[in-house]
Design a protein around this ligand. Structure first.
Ligand SMILES: Nc1ncnc2c1ncn2[C@@H]1O[C@H](COP(=O)(O)OP(=O)(O)O)[C@@H](O)[C@H]1O
Ligand SMILES: [Mg+2]
Length: 315
């Protein structure tokens, strides 16, 4: 079966800016997939290409096997999009906006009304159905964008920074709604600046930078590429840093009665570390592993790092 999204060597320039510069990756059906990358990496441009808002200069993009340009209608009808920027008709009650949207995708009026009500209930703003978009609070606007994405009952839900600028409670609410949809079979493509969001929700993530995909992996695989710290507390502070020969250990520092061990994979080195320490006559009273965060690995892999260094923020 064709993947939910297939992108091969996508190219798109705006003047001198190469927004997409050979972008390739695929998203399986049913997956919860994250698109991470610094500002300007090309995430929104990619989404615009998928939904027909931007014309690619080269490459191939397909949604469930339908070419996004040659089979535009087939591809577009399968996508529900919650865009980064608000682009909503402000002059109608929001339930009507949803009914128009459904109608545009070929859904008859009665069914459209039923779906509009259901989508508003799903995101928790059914009681605001007669309100205009302009009069909604910021958080409700985000909820409404999600409802609009859902009104066509899409097979592929695309969320471009859906929780940008919303409070923690709403973020958790929205996560719950999206997780339930994914559990029921909807494929999800999510872009986000909140690395924690990707880590918590996504089966796999693509790290993008400068219009390309740098890497695709599960959040856990990515984290395991970073360096972990293992804190080992000994019963008696050692006179000197023990010299231990353990595979994967990069560095050992001493801080009073605690050894701070830098290692490729904290969980993997811990048993051998304990064995070696006990063999050398030390009594271990506590052990704590702090894994590299996805955020740290992400910063290492993208130019966010270089920019910060240029600005003198780090390094
Ligand atoms: N309509 C446009 N006109 C000119 N430049 C654009 C346009 N859309 C995006 N760009 C540029 O393309 C690059 C990628 O932008 P974008 O896709 O919005 O990145 P992201 O969503 O990852 O932050 C940026 O340098 C941006 O300024
Ligand atoms: Mg964007």
């Amino acid at each position: 079966m064709e993947p939910a999204i297939y992108a091969d060597d996508l190219r798109k320039a705006y003047g001198d800016v190469r927004a997409l510069d050979g972008l390739s990756f695929a998203v399986d059906r049913g997956e919860f997939f994250g698109l991470l990358g610094p500002n300007g990496a090309g995430k929104t441009t990619f989404i615009n290409v998928l939904v027909g808002l931007a014309h690619m200069d080269g490459g191939t993009a397909e949604v469930f096997g339908y070419d996004v340009e040659d089979d535009y209608r087939e591809a577009r009808d399968r996508i529900g999009l919650s865009p980064q920027e608000f682009n909503v008709d402000r002059f109608f009650p929001i339930h009507e906006v949803l009914e128009h949207k459904a109608g545009y995708h070929g859904i008859p009026q009665g069914e459209a009304e039923r779906r509009a009500a259901e989508a508003l209930q799903t995101v928790g703003i059914y009681d605001k159905r007669d309100t205009r978009f302009d009069w909604l609070s910021g958080g409700m606007k985000r909820r409404f964008l999600l409802a609009r994405a859902l009104v066509t009952d899409p097979e592929l839900l695309i969320l471009d920074e859906p929780t940008a600028g919303v409070d923690v409670q709403l973020r958790r609410d929205l996560w719950g709604v999206i997780e339930r949809l994914n559990a029921a079979g909807t494929t999800v493509l999510l872009t986000t600046h909140y690395i924690e969001e990707a880590e918590r929700l996504c089966d796999r993530v693509a790290i993008t930078d400068e219009g390309r995909v740098v890497d695709v992996a599960t959040p856990d695989e990515l984290r395991s590429r970073g360096t972990d710290k293992v804190y080992v507390t000994l019963a008696d502070a050692p006179a000197e840093t023990p010299a231990l020969d353990v595979d994967g250990v990069r560095e050992i520092d001493r801080d009073g009665d605690t050894l701070v061990v830098t290692a490729g994979g904290g969980g993997r080195v811990a048993p051998a570390l304990l064995r070696e320490l006990e063999y050398a006559g030390h009594e271990v009273v506590d052990l704590d592993i702090r894994r590299a965060s996805l955020e740290e690995v992400f910063v290492d892999m993208t130019r966010v790092d270089d920019e910060a260094e240029e600005l003198g923020v780090v390094g």
